[in-house]
Ligand binder design. Structure first.
Ligand code: A2P
Length: 344
């Protein structure tokens, strides 16, 4: 029997929140790994990561390392500046780059992929050697929107997000924990926000990423523009993105206006069959998705599906997904799995 092909896999940002999760997801799904190449900044050189019960030294990210190590798949999760500096070197060395940052997402010749929605776009990877992983809030939203759009046609979407600290990486999570500790030590007034624009503990912040000239934040515009690119649509989308004092799962309240009248029952039937979606909608028994039990899972949970009181074309719903997994590491590994299937 032909032996399955195995790949040399690099993770740039190996010491970060998403990088560490990529190793876990690769291991859990038994991705065919020949060799792991963990990369980070020079600060992490000498530290180790564990993968499949073996220890690997973290190496410094350089332009030459990808060719030197024979990297075939390079996950980038070290921020936009690092992708801008090194992703093209990895691609030139022959690797497919799966980039978690926003750096290349809207570039014409770079596919932006959620495998449950637009797997066909992966085929364009050869143009630049790079596939972009979308924004975390966008991924979980299109898990819900794509099957509903296919079934009923969407005219307009209004979304408000409740985004966890993990979206700002390990430093964001540490800042929230530190602020909560300060609260219990009666020292909350003494903490200074560094990662977030204001104190996050006991607060919500309607400001993620920078403000744009149209008064939306960049995060909000990412949700709009990326949804259009992934779904190949241009229906109206409006977003309000809010940071909440939660460690690692994003929640979203979504209102959807359809081209036709859609009942709650029909929408439920579609979502019950949607890939990577769990319908968890039994309000009478207080069952609806929450970060407390959705964290560390690989599905987008949806509930609170209800009809608008005034317009039969509109439904409202609530979805929650683990930002580090569904919104980053798991989607990236799912892209790698589809890409590898195309190479066979
Ligand atoms: P390091 O730990 O060496 O700084 P997070 O998103 O959780 O904050 O993680 C960011 C990741 O990006 C870390 O692994 C970090 O490595 C890595 N990183 C930061 N700056 C660089 C850089 N200049 N080159 C390579 N990796 C970097």
């Amino acid at each position: 029997m032909k032996k399955a092909r195995e790949y040399v896999v690099a993770v740039v940002g190996a010491s970060g929140a998403v990088g560490e999760e990529i190793f876990r997801v690769l291991e859990e799904c038994k991705f065919p790994v020949k060799k792991i190449v963990p990369l980070a900044s020079e600060r992490s050189v000498g530290k180790e990561i564990e993968f499949a019960r073996k220890k690997y030294n973290i190496l410094e990210t350089t332009h030459e390392i990808f060719a030197k190590e024979g990297v075939e798949i390079a996950f980038f999760s070290a921020g936009g500046a690092v992708s801008a500096a090194y992703a093209e070197s990895a691609a030139k060395a022959g690797a497919v780059v799966i980039d978690n940052t926003s750096h290349f997402r809207m570039e014409k010749d770079i596919p932006l992929v959620v495998p449950e929605v637009n797997p066909q776009d992966i085929a364009q990877w050869r143009k630049k050697g790079i596939i972009s992983n979308p924004n975390c809030s966008t991924i979980q939203m299109v898990h819900i929107l794509a099957p509903l759009h296919k079934a009923f046609g969407i005219k307009r979407v209004d979304v408000s997000t409740y985004q966890a600290a993990s979206g700002a990486g390990k430093r964001g999570m540490e800042e929230l924990v530190m602020q909560m500790q300060a609260f219990f030590a009666f020292k909350l007034d003494e903490v200074e926000a560094q990662v977030f624009p204001h104190r996050l503990a006991l607060n919500v912040i309607p400001h993620i990423d920078v403000f744009m000239p149209n008064d939306y934040t960049k995060e909000e515009m990412k949700m709009i523009n990326e949804t259009h690119k992934i779904m190949h649509t241009n229906f109206a989308v409006s977003a309000t993105c809010v940071r909440v004092p939660i460690l690692r799962s994003h929640s979203e309240s979504i209102s959807i206006q359809f081209e036709q009248e859609v009942s709650v029952e029909r929408a439920r039937a579609v979502l019950a069959d949607a890939p990577s979606v769990v319908l968890y909608d039994d309000p009478a028994r207080h069952r609806y998705p929450m970060p407390s039990f959705v964290s560390e899972t690989d599905q987008t949970y949806v509930g609170r599906i209800r009809a608008d009181n005034f317009d039969k074309h509109i439904l409202h719903l609530w979805c929650v997904a683990d930002q580090i997994r569904v919104g980053a590491a798991t989607n990236a590994v799912r892209i790698a799995i589809k890409w590898a299937q195309m190479q066979d």
